[in-house]
Ligand binder design. Structure first.
Ligand SMILES: [Zn+2]
Ligand SMILES: [Zn+2]
Ligand SMILES: [Zn+2]
Ligand SMILES: [Zn+2]
Length: 328
């Protein structure tokens, strides 16, 4: 996550809505695609000079920091990707929705950063999001189908998330983690279609002999195989080849985001290595040091996984697919 400089010289961060130094309004400008301050009197973006107004989700609910060219909208390009929101008459729902939108903006930023911006801007099927709460017996299942990523609103509740994190042994149960995992399912279909060929099954395994729901049930009853660490990036990835793909893709997006952030701040690395093997090596090295920082603060490890050789090949397949899709 890169930072930018306000016209006053102060540093602007991705989630900022105003500059802490000069108090100008700040936000992500759709007109120039960057974080920028807004001139007080003229409401023009100080990065591109276009007249801007706040995204409607910003002015009405404070769940976005977007700005759109005056006359466009009412929603910014990131907010229009959400096609279902929870009941907003409940203030707690607005707050949780805001947490999910903030995670979604980071996901979309990350896709732009690795050249997959087209996937969410004009993909086929287009990438869309639904954020909903359980309605009595009608449960909202977090998942992906036909380009639509659905996240249950309770994943924005830290108490629920912590209980689930312990119960299911998922150290990375976070909002951004959910979004990256579900995007992983979308990415699999975008890159390899509904019936991935032998180049995918050779690396991830053949899904044909496995019934999906039986595989999940077995996992939740018996846990992962003892040697999952030798072959998978997480315990949950051992459930089914396509869950493995989503978990591995999620790790891939984590890696890109962390390296991008470290490079932007000149910490540990000065640039994101262009070569895949060098990027993996950089990330593993950075992870050791960043985990030590977290342990110094009594937090869980930032990168709780070690990458065994079979997972390197899974990541390589995804990296090749992403580079091809991004035209790199
Ligand atoms: Zn400023
Ligand atoms: Zn602008
Ligand atoms: Zn917005
Ligand atoms: Zn999944």
């Amino acid at each position: 996550m890169k930072t930018t400089a306000c016209c006053c010289g102060a540093t602007l961060y991705f989630d900022n809505t105003s500059c802490s130094s000069c108090d100008r309004q700040v936000g992500w400008c759709d007109a120039c695609g960057q974080l920028a301050a807004v001139e007080r009197d003229s409401s023009t973006c100080l990065a591109c000079g276009v007249g801007v107004t706040p995204c409607a989700n910003r002015s009405a609910y404070s769940v976005c920091n977007g700005m759109i060219a005056t006359g466009a909208g009412p929603l910014c390009r990131r907010c229009v990707t959400t096609t279902l929101v929870p009941d907003l008459s409940d203030p707690a729902n607005v707050e949780r929705w805001g947490v999910l939108e903030a995670g979604k903006r980071r996901l979309l930023y990350g896709l732009d950063a690795i050249g997959l911006g087209e996937a969410w801007r004009e993909g086929e099927p287009p990438l869309r999001f639904k954020f909903a709460a359980d309605q009595g017996d009608e449960k909202t299942l977090t998942g992906h189908a036909d380009g639509v990523i659905t996240i249950n609103l309770k994943e924005a509740d830290p108490v629920h998330r912590e209980i689930a994190r312990q119960e299911f042994g998922e150290p990375q149960r976070t909002v951004i983690g959910h979004l990256r995992h579900e995007f992983g399912h979308y990415l699999q279909k975008r890159l390899f279609g509904d019936e991935p060929g032998p180049e995918v099954t050779a690396v991830f395994g053949d899904p044909a002999p496995l019934d999906y729901s039986e595989a999940l049930e077995r996992y939740y009853e018996n846990g992962p195989p003892e040697d999952w660490r030798d072959r998978h990036i997480s315990a949950y990835a051992s459930t089914h080849p396509w869950e493995d793909f989503a978990e591995t893709a999620s790790f891939y997006l984590d890696m890109q985001a962390v390296l991008d952030t470290l490079a932007a701040h000149g910490v540990i690395v000065t640039e994101v290595p262009a070569d895949f093997d060098a990027a993996i090596a950089s990330y593993q090295e950075a992870a050791l040091r960043l985990n030590e920082v977290n342990r110094a603060m009594g937090l869980t490890d930032l990168v709780p996984y070690i990458v065994p050789p079979p997972v390197v090949e899974k990541l390589r397949l995804i990296d090749n697919g992403v580079r091809a899709a991004a035209g790199r």
